[in-house]
Design a protein. Structure first.
Length: 305
């Protein structure tokens, strides 16, 4: 099997990077999932510096995202969406709605989102056959992207997709296209721009406000509708776009013990979220009965959105 390394290769990395790379490879190989050579555009995955038309769009996306995702904005969004008064529907109905949605922040994928959900879920199911909660988590992790649709408020892309990060404390350098934070009003606000900002050491990610988007929304919907998914599943849903944490190891000072445990599962999940993106279609009708059975196990029939 050929493995493409999208981070510094072994020889050039320092001890820490080498160790990290080893762990990553072990995780992938353990499960038997083979990493594709390149994304659908023939580039390395998550290469935000490659020269291409798509990348220009992605960079522009992050400029607007970083300027507008402020403490004020997140507070307003949380208030609005906790009403859960936008729709009533089942999980599967929501999967079907995602047929319409294309994510402009994603340098690796321009397929409809339902393909991505099923590709991720099927890949993780193959390698972790006994963790049914993980299969369902994969299926639903991006459902929050319905926020882009008219009946869910038709939020702009910058308020729905892309990597997420904490607001209310200093923005970490590892966040993609971080130079655009210089234009954020929170960047110069002394209450928000120190290492801890409005938080304290080990306060737990649960108490941290993340930039608003599909992750936090789907977490809210799952929780408020009484899902029985384990806490690792909810953690994956809520922080799967938080690459500064799960890829770069930033913001660890805000985590508590439960976060540390859950992060292990998030790191496993991330390989499948990222590397299962391909042009190979999943036969929806064939796998639907299996996922319907998981939905019945972990969710009520209709949810408030
Ligand atoms: O679903 C999204 C997405 O496709 C993005 O491009 C990425 O930045 C996020 O981290 C992810 O959760
Ligand atoms: Fe996502
Ligand atoms: Fe995803």
């Amino acid at each position: 099997m050929t493995i493409i390394v999208d981070q510094p290769p072994f020889e050039n990395g320092n001890e820490e990077q080498i160790q990290k790379k080893r762990e990553e490879l072990e995780l992938v190989l353990d499960g038997g999932f083979s990493i594709p050579h390149a994304n659908s555009f023939g580039h390395n995955f998550r290469d935000y510096d490659v020269e291409s038309e798509r990348q220009k769009g992605v960079e522009d996306f992050y400029r607007v995202n970083h300027i507008n995702q402020t403490v004020d904005f997140v507070t307003k969004m949380r208030q609005e969406y906790k009403k859960l008064d936008k729709a009533e529907m089942s999980i599967w109905e929501c999967c079907e709605l995602l047929n319409e949605v294309v994510d402009e922040s994603d340098p690796d994928l321009d397929e409809p989102q339902i393909e991505h959900l099923l590709q991720t879920a099927e890949a993780i199911r193959k390698d972790y056959p006994n963790q049914d909660w993980l299969h369902l988590t994969a299926l639903i992790h991006d459902l929050g992207k319905v926020l882009l649709l008219p009946s869910f408020g038709e939020l702009p892309q910058w308020a729905v997709v892309g990597d997420t990060f904490p607001v209310g404390c200093a923005f970490d350098k590892s966040i993609v296209h971080n130079k655009y934070f210089l234009e954020s009003p929170d960047y110069t606000n002394p209450t928000y721009n120190s290492k801890y900002g409005i938080y304290s050491e080990g306060c737990g990610l649960d108490n941290v406000m993340m930039s608003w988007g599909h992750d936090d929304y789907m977490y809210l919907v799952s929780k408020e509708n009484g899902t029985t998914l384990p806490s690792a599943g909810l953690f994956i849903i809520r922080y799967h776009s938080f690459y500064a944490l799960h890829r770069s190891g930033a913001y660890k000072h805000l985590m508590n013990e439960e976060d540390v445990e859950n992060l292990k599962w998030l790191k496993i999940f991330n390989k499948y979220d990222l590397y299962s993106k391909s042009k190979v279609r999943v036969d929806v009708e064939k796998v639907k009965p299996y996922y319907e059975s998981l939905i019945n196990k972990y969710f009520p029939e209709k949810l408030r959105w």
